[in-house]
Design a protein around this ligand. Structure first.
Ligand code: NAD
Length: 359
């Protein structure tokens, strides 16, 4: 097939440091940024994505074009396709897997629960089954989510806190992923690092997230619904800028200690780790709207509502001392400056003259 031909013909993805990384969900928001950063530092990168239609496909294709221009191979396929994964692993002999493919989004789980089970549970198991049978085995870093803290009231959230009260099917599948990671580490000796991302935002972001559709709707003069609170609690998020998350991902890949027998990777016992990657600075959603009003120079036509029980948690707030100690993770971008970069990207990408639309 086309990708096999391409990869073989180019003498496999070029790596300057011995890292050959499979990035699943590479045409996604975080996947695109992580793939670009890995490529930039000289790693060999192959991206896998099924280009599903959960949100505008044209955005995923635009990310793909950008990745291709940077020397990232993109294979179109599903992580549930074990034959495709096995062929890909045999061909490229990945040292690492950055697993970001998932059905994301909390509210959509009420509409299409099966897609969460398919990608976040079935797909993860399918990927781990292939990883487990490779010799040497690749080290795996994957995206869990702050949503596993569910309805916890004690903040900031730290990795040892309870995660047994998920408030959405999305959260439940991420929590299941953490249990599955434990099993594959325990039985098959796979090295697996889970990263609990906290509300990631930035250029090339996801259209289903509030900062993104607030921007779109505010520019169109449409009404924006702001869920301000429930039961006396203010709705807030520990918004984390994409570049900070990318540094955390690269730190986790570098710290993975499973021996893979090829250059650049430290030898050591298989590890099972979990880290918060947040910003340690939660912001109320109403403040998010205020910042956007200033950046977009428009007044939001907003309606303030109590938070419905639609799966969203009330607040998130990360304790990041573990990631900072063990991965060298240190977020440096505040919401105001990060949103400024997002807005600049948004206005450029959806230029009124251009063909793309944010419908
Ligand atoms: P995204 O939806 O932009 O990216 C996910 C990509 O995976 C998409 O391009 C999609 O087409 C692909 N994909 C989905 N199912 C697939 C399958 N079965 N096979 C192959 N490809 C598949 O989401 P994102 O924001 O980039 O999130 C990346 C990861 O981080 C996800 O695991 C998500 O759950 C997690 N996460 C994200 C956030 C955030 O705020 N963005 C927060 C917590 C966790």
């Amino acid at each position: 097939s086309d990708w096999k031909y391409q990869i073989l013909n180019s003498g496999r993805p070029k790596s300057r440091n011995g890292f050959r990384v499979l990035v699943t969900g590479a045409a996604g928001f975080v996947g695109m940024h992580v793939s670009t950063a890995l490529r930039q530092r000289g790693d060999g990168v192959v991206g896998l994505d099924n280009f599903n239609g959960y949100y505008e496909k044209s955005l995923k294709r635009a990310r793909e074009n950008l990745l291709k221009s940077k020397g990232v191979f993109i294979v179109e396929g599903d992580i549930n396709d074990g034959v495709l994964l096995t062929n890909l692993f045999k061909l490229v002999k990945f040292t690492h897997v950055m697993h970001l493919a998932a059905q994301a989004g909390v509210r959509y789980a009420m509409k299409n629960p099966a897609s969460y089970v398919h990608s976040n549970i079935g797909g993860f198991v399918s990927l781990l089954e292939v990883c487990k049978s490779m010799n040497p085995q690749p080290a795996i870093v994957w995206a869990s989510s702050s949503s596993v803290y569910g309805l916890n009231k004690k903040v900031p959230f730290s990795e040892m806190d309870r995660t047994d009260n998920p408030s959405s099917l999305y959260a439940a599948t991420k929590k299941a992923g953490e249990a599955i990671a434990h099993t594959y580490n325990h039985i098959h000796g796979l090295s697996i690092t889970g990263l609990r991302f906290f509300t990631v935002y930035g250029p090339w972001g996801r259209p289903d997230m509030a900062y993104f559709f607030f921007t779109r709707d505010m520019l169109k003069g449409k009404q924006v619904s702001v869920f301000e609170g429930r039961n006396g609690f203010t709705v807030s998020r520990d918004f984390t800028y994409i570049d900070d998350i990318v540094k955390g991902c690269l730190g986790a890949l570098d710290t993975a200690t499973k021996s893979t027998g090829s250059g650049g990777v430290k030898k050591g016992p298989a590890q099972l780790r979990i880290y918060n990657l947040g910003n340690t600075s939660p912001v109320p959603v109403s403040k998010l709207v205020n910042i956007l009003e200033k950046l977009l120079k428009v007044k939001a036509n907003k309606v303030v509502l109590p938070m419905p029980a639609n799966g969203d948690v009330l607040f998130t707030h990360a304790n990041i001392s573990l990631a900072s100690r063990e991965l060298g993770y240190k977020p440096t971008t505040d919401l105001q400056s990060g949103l400024k970069k997002f807005v600049a990207w948004y206005l450029d990408y959806y230029k009124p003259s251009g063909k793309k639309s944010s419908a």
